[in-house]
Write a protein that binds this ligand. Sequence first.
Ligand code: HQG
Length: 184
Amino acid sequence: MNNKQFAEISKFLSYVLRHEPQAIGLTLDREGWADIDALISAAAQHGRRLNRELLDLVVCTSEKMRFAVSEDGASIRAVQGHSTDSVSISFEDNPPPPLLYHGTATRFLESIRAQGLLPGARQHVHLTENVQTAMSVGQRYGKPVVLTIAAGTMHNKGIKFYQAQNGVWLIPTVPVQFLSESSG
Ligand code: HQG
């Protein structure tokens, strides 16, 4: 598989496992799991040839570790990033480090200053422990800026934080008083 094929499969999996499973007639359970055989046959019916080896390769080599295979090897899911209402992963509250980071584009700042961080189409706002990662996430939408989140302070006030299997931190919203615009 070359890089282009890898990216295409990864995008397709993000689409059906995070956003639109119904587009190929796939069912996800509440924890986001899809039966792998069902996924392969639903994909085939929609002109997308997949097989178990390709799926395992994408799961294992995805730099962002977006997907996971269940312990029994029968199911696959996206570990975060969902927008579909059919999935509600039961994350556990996890104490965050004192500071977390969110990368965004400068053109969103005015709205963020007014509303805080909102999840947009997804179920959660995504935060990272790594400034560099935040910078590259922000770059996807324009001139990047990294916001610092006083995560420890928020957690001490009883606000819950969740961490996906791939280390991404998730939270429903970040009120503006916990945000600052320098990355230190
Ligand atoms: C912005 C990728 C205006 C927010 C990445 C972001 C990440 C606001 C955009 C993951 C706002 C939503 C998620 C407000 C937030 N007003 N704009 N009040 N509050 N925003 O793509 O965090 O490759 O849904 O700053 O690596 O950019 O998909 O979220 O710019 O981990 O695996 O609204 O997606 O991972 O955009 O990215 P997104 P995100 P994957």
